[in-house]
Design a protein around this ligand. Sequence first.
Ligand SMILES: [Zn+2]
Length: 132
Amino acid sequence: MKKTYRGSCHCGAVRYEADIDLAQGTFRCNCSICFKTRAWLAGIPADSFRLVAGEDSLRDYQFGRKNLHHPFCTQCGVRPFSRGADAKGNRFYAVRLNSLDGVEPPELVEAPVKYFDMAHDSMGSPPETGHL
Ligand SMILES: [Zn+2]
């Protein structure tokens, strides 16, 4: 069931609302940025995401092919979300579940997790996932 969550960076300068159905699945990935930031994400269409505060506190970060944006809070360094567009041009956000506020642990525990092997350009699961 889709639910509206609130999320923020650590200092609270950046705040957002996102409509997420956690039962639809979440993902972890072994690409360079997901690995270094231990990202746990839920992908949602851009119109399900609303930045409530902190546009001025965000600094963008891009790397590689620069398809995606990985903004972070210039005060506290937390990255609450990434954003980009898929091959068809559909804009999406990848919300970092660790930046949600007020979410009960069972909701997160019950959310299915898919693993992507993007370190090898694959949406399939990497052979090892326990470290992600
Ligand atoms: Zn912050």
